[in-house]
Design a protein around this ligand. Structure first.
Ligand code: NAD
Length: 266
């Protein structure tokens, strides 16, 4: 069965690198017009737009800080001015500022929470307002809109030395499930993805050399993930093939959440 997202418009935040970039490419390949959001790196976002257009797709690059209410609203307005509607939001932007709890500054705590949790709330709120204003569009999708929140296995697995990040992702889980419960009756479908270790700029050092080999011990399936492992799931969750999937987190981790420490342990 082939997935088509033709006539649909997707906003992907943090799409100038990593999982956002792969998701934007995959959504465009499936036929969606894509808003490629970036924070500080305009060039890779513009290059991605160029590549999508060269492949016959539609895309624009929009700079916006997801933790800034006015910039998020501006990003949605640009999407609507350009493409007329919004059908899919991939709230993907995220960051780490790691430190032992006793050394973590309030600023680093607040920055991570602002981007990873408040940023996802602001984008979801703007999407919900737009989906409700549009209603269910004929010949577009069975849902009035779809939101995919990029979480992490650390919504479940505690992570020493990363308390701000783990707390933000735990928050994303409850944000996603509460919004899904609140909006399902409006035919707005909201789900999450919890990646394990996927090779992207966020974990460049952890996935290489000796650190990479140590990391592999946590992954029963025996490989570090590729961005397309996540992007393929984004396309499926955005499509009508997953129309009855509501308020669920899809874990994509090669088995990292299966307590691999218990393998051969008595
Ligand atoms: P990445 O660093 O390549 O991507 C993060 C993106 O977020 C970047 O494009 C960055 O510019 C953007 N961003 C940061 N602050 C922003 C802001 N204020 N406004 C808008 N955009 C902002 O890393 P990635 O691995 O692709 O991460 C994408 C998402 O996946 C994040 O939410 C991350 O927590 C999550 N994740 C990644 C992994 C992994 O192994 N790579 C695992 C679990 C979860």
């Amino acid at each position: 069965m082939q997935i088509t997202l033709e006539n649909q418009v997707a906003i992907v935040t943090g799409a100038s690198s990593g999982l956002g970039e792969a998701s934007a490419r995959a959504l465009a390949k499936a036929g969606a017009a894509v808003v490629v959001n970036y924070h500080s790196k305009a060039k890779p976002a513009r290059d991605l737009v160029k590549a999508i257009k060269q492949d016959g797709g539609q895309a624009i690059a929009v700079g916006a800080d997801v933790s800034n209410e006015a910039e998020v609203d501006m990003m949605f307005q640009k999407a609507i001015d350009t493409f007329g509607h919004v059908d899919i939001l991939v709230a993907n932007s995220g960051m780490q500022k790691d430190a032992a709890a006793e050394d973590m500054t309030l600023e680093d705590w607040n920055t991570v929470l602002s981007v990873n949790l408040t940023g996802q709330f602001l984008c979801a709120r703007a999407a919900i307002r737009q989906f409700k204003a549009q209603g269910v569009l004929d010949n577009v999708s069975r849902a009035a809109g779809k939101i995919i929140h990029m979480s992490s296995v650390h919504q479940t697995i505690p992570w020493a030395g990363h308390v701000n990040y783990a707390a933000s992702k735990g928050g994303v889980d409850m944000l996603m499930r509460t919004l899904a419960q609140e909006l399902a009756h409006q035919r707005i479908r909201i789900n999450g993805i919890a990646p394990g270790a996927i090779r992207t700029p966020i974990n460049e050092t952890e996935t290489k050399g000796a650190s990479g080999r140590k990391l592999l011990k946590l992954i029963p399936y025996g490989r570090i993930g590729d961005p397309d492992d996540v992007a393929n799931a984004v396309v499926w969750l955005a499509s009508d093939l997953s129309d009855y999937v509501v308020g669920t987190t899809l874990t994509i981790d090669g088995g990292m959440c299966l307590y691999p420490g218990f393998i051969n342990n008595g």
